[in-house]
Design a protein around this ligand. Structure first.
Ligand code: CP
Length: 331
């Protein structure tokens, strides 16, 4: 069974959200359109809607996280669900309890959803294959495989600034090899029909077979940034590097760090994105990270509305919507 078999129900609706790969354009647009309607909830005096009242959600983060864990928590609270954050470091996992036994224990507490981050690629998919039929699983990042909610909040951010995906040239810069974000973004951008996706980085950090995903590869930053509309900068994933793939961070910054000077190669209205956490002076200069082209903090804010949409859709509390009139031609 592959990931898309398991994440859709027999009517083609989202049951789990594990990977972008295999999801069709109308479903991705549905997520973006629902997120748009949730975006206003955060602006209200009472930041809540009753959509998931009575549902219980467990955040299971086996790897560190700031943005993803907290925005899932806020998203659940804004949907009026009850959410628990299992502190893995002080949980029975430390006493040798297996992942499956932890899951069965939480199921016995009548959880309806698990939000899972794990260092092993495929962990969320494995959990989805094991849970009770009423439970939904959302992948909050698995190894270097997939980070689908990050990709969708990035698509939301791009659509907000650029409107029309079909004319866009997008560059993803940095450690593509270890990046679950890069893989998910490439699938989302291709499905939404952008005109070109480029990956830019040193040879040691670009998978040899990446062209099979339909991207263009650049080893030179300036050449790769020429005329792009969107730049996605990635962190060096030191924790996933098994050997020394880079001479030094300083040399990496000299060649691939995004500075104001290098940014000039892109279109004047380029937006600069980064999933975070950012390492200033390694993959991005502070002037760019905090500059007027940066939408990095907007990405974080959009994470709440997009995760609200995905949680409500997987728990079956949102009807499939018709694509907006404008989606048919522009997106
Ligand atoms: N972008 C992202 O996944 O950040 P966190 O690791 O802080 O969740």
């Amino acid at each position: 069974m592959n990931h898309h078999d398991i994440q859709l129900d027999k009517y083609g609706r989202l049951k789990h959200f594990l990977t972008i790969d295999g999801l069709d354009r109308s479903l991705l647009l549905d997520i973006l359109n629902h997120a748009e309607s949730f975006a206003g909830v955060g602006e209200r005096a009472v930041k809540k809607v009753p959509l998931l009242r009575g549902k219980t959600i467990a955040n299971l983060f086996f790897e560190p996280s700031t943005r993803t864990r907290t925005t899932f928590e806020l998203a659940a609270k804004r949907l009026s669900a009850d959410i628990i954050n299992l502190n893995i470091a002080s949980s029975a996992t430390r006493k040798g309890e297996s992942l499956l036994d932890t899951l069965r224990t939480l199921e016995a507490m009548h959880c309806d959803m698990f939000v899972v981050r794990h260092a092993n690629s495929g962990a969320a998919h494995f959990i989805a294959s094991q849970v009770a039929p009423h439970v939904s699983v959302i992948n909050a990042g698995d190894g270097s495989h997939s980070h689908p909610t990050q990709a969708m909040l990035d698509m939301f951010t791009i659509r907000m600034h650029k409107k029309d995906f079909s004319s866009l040239r997008v560059a993803i810069v940095g450690d593509i090899l270890h990046s679950r974000v890069a893989r998910s973004e490439i699938h989302a951008l291709s499905t939404l029909g952008v005109s070109e996706v480029r990956v830019i980085g040193p040879r040691t950090l670009i998978p040899k077979d990446i062209h099979t995903l339909g991207v263009h590869v650049f080893y030179d930053l300036i050449a790769g940034l020429e005329d792009v509309d969107v730049i996605v900068t990635l962190r060096l994933q030191r924790e996933r590097m098994r050997s020394a793939l880079l001479p030094s961070e300083q040399e990496y910054f000299n060649l691939y760090g995004l500075t104001e000077t290098k940014l000039a190669a892109a279109k004047p209205d380029v937006i600069v994105m980064h999933p975070g956490p950012i390492n200033r002076g390694v993959e991005i200069d502070s002037h760019v990270a905090d500059g007027k082209r940066s939408v990095i903090l907007q990405q974080v804010s959009h994470g709440i509305a997009v995760r609200m949409a995905i949680m409500a859709m997987t728990l079956g509390n949102l009807a499939e919507s018709k694509p907006k009139e404008s989606d048919a031609h522009s997106n």
